[in-house]
Ligand binder design. Structure first.
Ligand code: SF4
Length: 300
């Protein structure tokens, strides 16, 4: 039962982080229009189960007037609203309060700020400025901190004592699958038989983009909401019938590769790493379900 819709307000971002799931960059295309946002919110209401919406990206503050109008529209319709940002705009605490002032009036429930070494350095930490400004204004604020991958010894309790495993909180999909996997320990593909991170059968949250894709995981689309209304897409969704999600649910990335005869290698850093590489090999076969192409780091 979907209770939260996450709008990828734009794929464009100020930065081009190595760990970005969506391969965002300053050159990425795909930003919502106000009309599209209203249409999606109407459908979200029609679902009858959605209580919250998020505006994220890319970097949603790049489209600040649109983002504020979207928050206003969502609040008017009774949704709780959250925003995810890299806080590039918070050059000082005082200036950050100016950027956030309208959001105080509208009453957002969460401002999640990326605050880690991928996004910030210690000398010029705009995330800290944004956090201080939000706290001063009474906006509920949290940090998203993604640690770079490290190699550590497994704990004895895992039954793998001494074996190298990958620490940190990066998920190896999107640009991370290309940029951050070198020199990390690998697991045989035969061990990658689940999806450990997403609720693929009964998603509680989906991401939607301006192209109409409804993502159950970044780059896996359930369908296009500009062709089939979101409420209908969600009501008719059956994981087992989806050509990509079905095999993933049945036996993880290993099964997905088997079903379609994809040879992406014998060992991978984790499930997402294999899943992403196998899916990228299938983009041309399932262009409606593995989309948009840009989140796979390939041209449109
Ligand atoms: S295993 Fe695949 S579907 Fe599951 S979270 Fe990782 S990339 Fe997404």
């Amino acid at each position: 039962m979907v209770n939260s819709i996450h709008f990828l307000l734009t794929y464009s971002c100020t930065w081009e982080c190595d760990h970005c799931f969506l391969y965002c960059s300053p050159f990425s295309e795909g930003a919502f229009t106000m009309e599209q946002i209203r249409s999606a919110l109407t459908e979200a209401t029609g679902l009858g189960t959605v209580t919250s919406v998020y505006f994220e990206g890319g970097e949603p503050f790049l489209f600040h007037p649109l983002m504020v109008a979207a928050v206003r529209e969502a609040r008017t319709r009774g949704f709780q609203v959250g925003i995810v940002t890299n806080a590039y705009w918070a050059t000082t605490v005082e200036d950050a309060q100016i950027w956030l002032a309208t959001l105080v009036e509208l009453g957002i429930s969460d401002l999640s700020i990326s605050d880690d070494t991928f996004h910030q350095d210690s000398d010029n930490n705009t995330a800290k400025n944004a956090r201080k400004a939000a706290e001063a204004l009474g906006i509920p604020v949290g940090s998203i901190c993604i640690d770079p991958p490290t190699v550590v010894a497994a704990e004895a309790s895992e039954g793998n004592r001494g074996k190298p495993i990958v620490g940190g909180s990066v998920l190896f999909k999107g640009r991370a699958a290309d940029k951050l996997v070198a020199d990390l320990p690998r697991r045989p593909r035969s061990t990658l038989k689940t999806c450990p991170h997403e609720e693929l059968v009964n998603p509680e949250r989906v991401h939607v983009d301006a192209f109409g894709h409804v993502h159950v995981c970044q780059g896996i689309s359930l369908g296009n909401m500009w062709q089939t209304p979101l409420s209908r897409l969600m009501k008719k969704y059956r994981a087992e019938d989806h050509p990509v999600v079905g095999p993933l649910v049945k036996g993880g990335p290993d099964e997905l590769a088997d079903v379609y005869g994809i040879d992406a290698g014998d060992s991978f850093v984790d499930e997402c790493h294999m899943c992403f590489l196998v899916r990228r090999a299938l983009v041309d076969r399932f262009p409606d379900y593995l989309a948009p192409r840009q989140v796979y780091g390939i041209d449109k």
